[in-house]
Ligand binder design. Structure first.
Ligand code: SF4
Length: 703
C-alpha cells in the first residue's frame, strides 16, 4: 500500500466476496490493481476484511482463461483430471465465433431433438444484477421453461421460503447497521466473524455500547467474548430451542398484544401449538438449561428494540424453513419488526445473491419474486419480452436438476460462474451427473472443477473487470465499476450471454448493462426511483426507495406487510430430526462451512496470494478432547467417512467445535467436504442438509 503518487487512477466499486457489500476503491497502476482501500459505503463506512483488502490478485493468476476452449475430439474421459495450467490434452483454443457456434449448436440441437426441457441453466450470484436477469431470460425465453437456478438454493432458499410465506417479502426487514438502534440482538446459526466480518464489527460495537448480544450456535464462535449470553445448543435442535423460548413468552404473557392484534394473523393457533414446548422439557433435547432459555426469552420480549440475524446454520437443514418460521414468529410475538433497531435479517452469503434472486434467477419466480404460476405475472413478461410465452410450471431447483441430469432427462447445461462439481451435496453424484451430459457450456474465469466436464469453455470477466450493479444483504443496490480490462480475449459476462442468446436465435440487442437495468425496471417494483444515473452518482440506493431523493428505507413494514390485509403470519413449526441420526457406524456429526480467508469453492481465494499464504492447506477442526480420544494430533492426516464417501484431511484443534462434531470447510478440492454431505432436501426451500451428516472419524495409521 502506498500514497497517491503510487497509483495512476482510482476506481470505486464493490467487494466481490460476501453479501455485506463493502464499497472499495481500487488503486490502479500500469493497468494493474496495486491495492484496495475501503471507502465510505453505506454498509461498511470504510471498513474491509482480509478478503476485501487482499483478495484481489487472483485476477492476474496464470490460470486465468484468456481464450475460448473447445473439448478435443480425442480428449480423455470427462472428470476431475484436467490440469488448469496445461489443459491441452483435453481442450483446444478456439475463436469466439467458433466457440459460440459450437456452444449454441449443442444446446439448440438438444432443444430441437428432445424439447427445451433437455437443457437447464445455473446462473451465478457472483455476477451482476443485469447478468443474472439476462441469464434467466435466456433460459426462459430460449428454452421455454423455468429450469434455472443458482446458489441461493444452497444457502438461504429456506429463509426466503419462510419470509415469503409469513412476511410477504424475501429480503431483510432491516439493514444490519440498524443494530446500533437495538437493545438486544440474537445471532443464530451464523459465524459473522468469519463469514460477514465487517458486519461482525458492528455487532461488536453494539455489545461494547452495552447492547445485549445473544449467540446461538452448536459451534462456539469468535463473537462469544462479546456476548451477553451464548447458547451452544445441540446440532439440529433449533426448532425445539426456539419453540421453548417462545413458550416462555406465551405462558408469561410477555408478547406484544397490540402488535399481534394490529399486524399479524394466526396467533391463537400458534399459541396453542407453542404450549407443548415448555423449557423444562426441551432443555435436555437442545442442551441448554431451562433457566437460560427463560432468561433470554424475557430479555428479548421486554426489550424496547430487538433484532434477529441468522445464517446457514439455520437454513441448511431439512427443517431450514421451520427454523426460519420460528425466528419470524419470535420477532412478531415481541413486535420487533418495522421500527428502528428491530428486524429480521438473514445474512446473505455471496456479494450478489440478493440481487440475483431479485432478478429472477430462481425456478419458481420471475424477477421481483413474481410467481411463474400466476397468469398476470406471465402476461406482464410476455408483454416486456415481446410475446414470449412463459411456462406456468415452476422449474427444478439445483439438486433436482442434478438428479434429472443423472437420470438422463436433462442432457445439456449452460453454467455461468457456479461450480457444482465442488458445491453440490453428495458431490460425486453431481460429478457423475455432469459426466453424463451430452453438451455442457461453462462460462467462468478459471478452469474450475465444473469446467473439467465442459464441452465448451467461455472465458469470462472477474468482478473488477466489469460494469454492473449488485445488491447486498441490506437491500442496497450498488454500482460496480471496472478497474481493469479482462485479460486476453476474455469478455464481460453480459456480452457473452447476449452473444450466445443471438446464436440461439433470440432477438436481443443490448449494448450496455444500463439498457438491461432499464428493462428490469419495467417489471421490478423494487427498483422504483432507482436509476442507473443515480447509482453512478451516489454509488448505492437502498430499496424500497420512496422518491428520487430518498436514499431508501433501512427499515420496512412499520405500517404493515406485503401480504393479505397487510398482516404477517405465525406458522407453527414442528420438531423434525435431522435426516441422518448418528449411530454405531457413524457416531459423529459432520458440519461444513466457510473460513475467513477462503471463499466458497476456493476458485478465487486459493489463487489470491495473501489469502492462500495464510490458509494454504485443507484442514478440518475438532475439539482437542475429541482429537485426543481418537489418537489424532493437530497436523495429522485423518479420515472422515459418511454414507456417501470418504476424504483424508489434516486435523486442526478448535475448542469452539463441540465434542461430537467435526467441521470441514468446503473450499478444498483435494479434500472435498461435499463428497461427504447429505443431499436430503428441505421440502419447502429445497435446500440440502449441509449442516448435519452422520460421520465416522478415524486416525490414518502411519500418517
Ligand atoms: Fe468483502 Fe464481505 Fe469482507 Fe466486506 S466483509 S470486505 S464484502 S468479504
Amino acid at each position: 500500500k502506498g500514497d497517491s503518487r503510487d497509483y495512476d487512477r482510482e476506481v470505486k466499486s464493490v467487494c466481490p466476496y460476501c453479501g455485506v457489500g463493502c464499497q472499495i476503491s481500487y488503486k490502479v497502476k500500469d493497468d494493474r490493481i496495486a491495492w484496495v482501500d475501503g471507502i465510505n459505503g453505506p454498509a461498511n463506512e470504510g471498513r474491509l476484511c482480509v478478503k476485501g483488502r487482499f483478495g484481489f490478485d487472483y485476477i492476474t493468476h496464470p490460470h486465468r482463461l484468456t481464450k475460448p476452449l473447445i473439448r478435443r475430439k480425442d480428449a480423455p474421459e470427462k472428470g476431475l483430471n484436467v490440469d488448469p495450467a496445461n489443459p491441452w490434452t483435453h481442450f483446444r483454443e478456439a475463436s469466439w465465433e467458433e466457440a459460440l457456434e459450437v456452444a449454441a449448436h449443442g444446446l439448440s440441437d438438444l432443444r430441437s431433438y428432445y424439447g427445451g426441457k433437455a437443457v437447464a441453466g445455473f446462473g451465478s450470484a457472483k455476477c451482476s444484477n443485469e447478468e443474472a436477469y439476462l441469464f434467466q431470460k435466456l433460459i426462459r425465453q430460449g428454452f421455454g421453461h423455468n429450469n434455472v437456478d443458482h446458489c441461493t438454493r444452497l444457502c438461504h432458499a429456506s429463509s426466503v421460503a419462510a419470509l415469503m410465506e409469513n412476511v410477504g417479502s424475501g429480503a431483510v426487514t432491516a439493514t444490519f447497521n440498524e443494530i446500533e438502534n437495538a437493545d438486544i440482538a440474537i445471532v443464530i446459526g451464523s459465524n459473522p466473524i468469519e463469514n460477514h466480518p465487517v458486519a461482525a464489527t458492528y455487532f461488536k460495537q453494539f455489545a461494547k455500547r452495552g447492547g445485549k448480544l445473544v449467540l446461538m450456535d452448536p459451534r462456539g464462535m469468535g463473537l462469544k467474548r462479546h456476548a451477553w449470553r451464548s447458547l451452544q445448543f445441540k446440532p439440529g435442535t433449533d426448532v425445539a430451542m426456539l419453540n421453548a423460548i417462545m413458550n416462555v413468552i406465551v405462558e408469561e404473557k410477555l408478547y406484544d398484544r397490540q402488535y399481534i392484534e394490529g399486524f399479524t394473523e394466526g396467533f391463537f393457533e400458534f399459541r396453542d401449538h407453542i404450549r407443548a414446548f415448555p423449557p423444562e422439557r426441551m432443555a435436555e433435547l437442545c442442551g441448554v438449561p431451562a433457566e437460560t432459555l427463560r432468561e433470554v426469552a424475557r430479555e428479548f420480549a421486554r426489550a424496547r428494540a430487538g433484532m434477529i440475524f441468522w445464517g446457514m446454520g439455520i437454513s441448511q437443514h431439512i427443517h431450514g424453513t421451520d427454523n426460519s418460521r420460528c425466528l419470524i414468529s419470535l420477532a412478531l410475538l415481541c413486535g420487533h419488526v418495522g421500527r428502528p433497531g428491530t428486524g429480521l435479517h438473514p445474512l446473505r452469503g455471496q456479494n450478489n445473491v440478493q440481487g440475483a434472486s431479485d432478478a429472477g434467477l430462481i425456478p419458481m419466480m420471475l424477477p421481483d419474486y413474481q410467481l411463474v404460476a400466476e397468469a398476470d405475472n406471465r402476461e406482464l413478461f410476455k408483454h416486456i419480452w415481446k410475446g414470449t410465452e412463459i411456462d406456468a410450471k415452476p422449474g427444478l431447483t439445483v439438486v433436482e436438476i442434478m438428479d434429472a441430469m443423472y437420470r438422463g432427462e436433462i442432457r445439456g447445461m449452460y453454467i455461468l460462474g457456479e461450480n457444482p462439481a465442488m458445491s453440490d451435496p453428495d458431490v460425486e453424484h453431481a460429478r457423475n451427473a455432469m459426466a453424463k451430459l451430452e453438451h455442457l457450456v461453462v462460462q467462468d474465469v478459471f478452469l474450475t472443477e465444473t469446467a473439467n466436464y465442459a464441452d465448451v469453455i467461455l472465458p469470462a470477466s472477474a468482478w473488477a473487470e466489469k460494469t454492473g450493479t449488485a445488491t447486498n444483504t441490506n437491500r442496497q443496490v450498488q454500482m460496480g465499476r471496472p478497474a481493469v480490462s479482462p485479460p486476453g480475449e476474455a469478455r464481460e459476462d453480459w456480452r457473452i450471454i447476449v452473444a450466445l442468446a443471438r446464436k440461439l436465435g433470440l432477438d436481443w440487442d443490448y449494448d450496455h448493462p444500463r439498457e438491461v437495468f432499464s428493462e428490469m425496471k419495467m417489471s421490478m417494483r423494487s427498483l422504483h426511483h432507482i436509476t442507473w444515473e443515480r447509482l453512478e452518482r451516489e454509488g448505492a440506493v437502498t430499496y424500497p426507495c420512496l422518491g428520487p431523493e430518498d436514499p431508501g428505507q433501512a427499515v420496512v413494514f412499520g405500517d404493515g406487510f406485503p401480504r393479505r390485509a397487510g398482516r404477517a403470519k405465525f406458522t407453527p413449526a414442528r420438531v423434525t430430526p435431522p435426516a441422518e441420526i448418528p449411530d454405531a457406524n457413524f457416531p459423529m456429526i459432520l458440519t461444513t462451512g466457510r473460513q475467513l480467508e477462503h471463499w466458497h469453492t476456493g476458485s478465487m481465494t486459493r489463487r489470491a496470494s495473501v489469502l492462500d499464504a495464510v490458509e494454504p492447506e485443507a484442514n478440518a477442526s475438532m475439539h482437542p478432547r475429541t482429537l485426543a480420544k481418537l489418537g489424532i494430533a493437530p497436523g495429522d492426516m485423518f479420515r472422515i467417512t459418511t454414507r456417501r464417501g470418504a476424504i483424508e484431511i489434516m486435523a486442526r484443534a478448535d475448542r469452539a467445535v463441540s465434542e461430537d462434531m467435526v467441521f470441514v470447510p468446503f473450499a478444498y478440492v483435494e479434500a472435498s467436504a461435499n463428497v461427504l454431505t447429505n443431499p436430503q432436501l428441505d421440502p419447502f426451500g429445497k435446500i440440502p442438509e449441509f449442516k448435519f451428516s452422520a460421520c465416522r472419524v478415524e486416525r490414518i495409521e502411519g500418517a
